[in-house]
Ligand binder design. Structure first.
Ligand SMILES: [Fe+2]
Ligand SMILES: [Fe+2]
Length: 317
């Protein structure tokens, strides 16, 4: 099948699917309020209002929980750039436009509730957090130049929503605070519904233009980076989060990439032309590489943890 459609034609063809899935989303989404997830009784004034400024001793969060919280919050904070990408590549009209507005409003809640929680509980340094936010948002996030438009964007956000869901859930686990865990589970439930919307739309695009869509999916996965990759200290913090199982290469492959590929039935389809077949082969090779990378990472992590454990034993003698 070699049918080639323009972006405009794809959006028009998929508009009924967008409308049906917008309605499905609205019927599934639960109304929730950030203020219900923040322990306000733990709050007090900072020095500018006669209280005390932040000090590391006030924080109950472990180092890894802090790093994960900051990374996830700054990722949510960069919403204006994601909105720009989505608004430019999806139509502003009809169901598409309504979805973009609704999705943006829901995402905004995630940053609101996490910041309120962290400032009230003194979980992280609010000055450092604000400085990092300024840098991160000023830089913005941009999709790679070679991405064509709608297809790459809808494929990317499918994986990205699922990746943030995994990251939020596991961050809740390492916070060791039932309030933080409940808040992050609430956010993760939103990310799951977002993922389902984008996955369904991308799946319909595969049926409509199989070759173009699988080509876009392959491009996105081969070049995949987490949405927060431009933030200060992302490399160091990303490694720390991977080391503690918040988001590691195995989770990326088995909890994010593989289930979506399976849902789209990519390796069982028989509607690809030569271009689609080539993209599918490239994708298969990439999945194998992800598997090898995950094993290599786990071996390194095991060695590192064993060394740290030995060092800890020696110190306690
Ligand atoms: Fe979010
Ligand atoms: Fe989301």
């Amino acid at each position: 099948m070699t049918r080639e459609l323009t972006q405009h034609q794809i959006l028009r063809e998929l508009e009924p699917v967008a409308e049906a899935n917008l309605n499905r989303h609205l019927s599934m989404a639960k109304e929730w309020h950030p203020h219900d997830y923040v322990p306000w009784d733990q709050g007090r004034n900072f020095a500018a209002m006669g209280g005390e400024d932040w000090d590391p001793s006030q924080s109950k969060l472990s180092e890894v929980a802090k790093v994960a919280m900051i990374t996830n919050l700054l990722t949510e904070d960069n919403l204006p750039s994601y909105h720009r990408e989505i608004a430019e590549n999806f139509s502003q009209d009809g169901a598409w436009g309504t979805w973009v507005g609704r999705w943006t409003a829901e995402e905004n809640r995630h940053g609101i509730v996490m910041r309120d929680y962290l400032v009230v509980t003194r979980g992280v340094d609010p000055v450092a957090l604000e400085q990092a936010r300024m840098i991160h948002m000023t830089n913005g996030a941009q999709s790679p130049d070679e991405w064509g438009g709608f297809l790459e964007n809808v494929a990317y956000v499918t994986f990205q929503e699922l990746a943030t869901r995994v990251s939020h859930r596991n961050t809740g686990r390492v916070c060791d605070d039932p309030i933080a865990d409940r808040m992050l589970q609430r956010i993760a439930a939103d990310e799951n519904l977002h993922m389902i919307f984008y996955r369904t739309l991308c799946g319909s695009a595969l049926d409509l233009v199989p070759d173009q869509a699988v080509d876009a999916i392959t491009k996105v996965l081969v070049n995949f980076v987490m949405p927060g990759s431009g933030m200060p200290n992302f490399r160091r913090n990303g490694v720390m989060m991977a080391k503690h199982g918040i988001y590691d290469p195995r989770q990326h492959l088995e909890e994010v990439v593989a289930p979506v590929i399976k849902n789209w039935n990519i390796f069982e389809r028989n509607d690809f032309g030569p271009r689609g077949e080539q993209a599918r082969e490239e994708l298969a090779a990439h999945l194998e590489k992800l598997g090898r990378d995950a094993t290599k990472f786990e071996e390194q992590r095991d060695r590192l943890l064993a060394r740290e454990a030995t060092r800890g034993e020696l110190q306690s003698v």
